[in-house]
Design a protein around this ligand. Structure first.
Ligand code: 5GP
Ligand code: ZN
Length: 113
């Protein structure tokens, strides 16, 4: 499958790892939009939020179970952060492998919602 994040998870494309376990992989975004910008992805290929189902959603819960720990690893847990998922064309998704952006390290300013 020609998926850039599957290749990163497999180690075929280099990345700066922040956290990894059996289910998920977290690494630094190549084009950081904040002082700390981490991408958290399931190791299984799920294309987008639209493809989360009752059968595969445990990994999404696991991502959120670990998000505080991952935030602590990059030093942004206490001051806070923003978690973003872009889905599809109108959401601005550019990589079709489900991922959550973890952004922090400064006051992130204006909120969309
Ligand atoms: P999206 O726009 O789909 O929500 O987010 C995709 C993110 O993946 C972007 O923030 C982009 O900078 C990041 N990205 C794309 N290609 C690579 C890559 O090869 N390595 C890393 N570390 N990040 C990437
Ligand atoms: Zn993939």
């Amino acid at each position: 499958m020609d998926c850039i994040f599957c290749k990163i998870i497999a180690g075929e494309i280099p990345s700066t790892k922040v956290y990894e376990d059996d289910l998920i992989y977290a690494f630094r975004d190549i084009n950081a939009q904040a002082p700390e910008h981490v991408l958290i992805v399931p190791k299984t290929h799920i294309a987008s939020a639209n493809e989360i189902t009752a059968e595969n959603c445990a990994v999404v819960a696991h991502i959120f179970a670990k998000i505080g720990e991952i935030a602590a690893l990059v030093g942004i847990k206490d001051d806070g952060y923003r978690i973003i998922n872009n889905c599809g064309k109108n959401g601005g998704q550019t990589v079709m492998h489900l991922h959550f952006h973890l952004l922090g390290g400064k006051d992130l300013g204006e909120k969309l919602v």
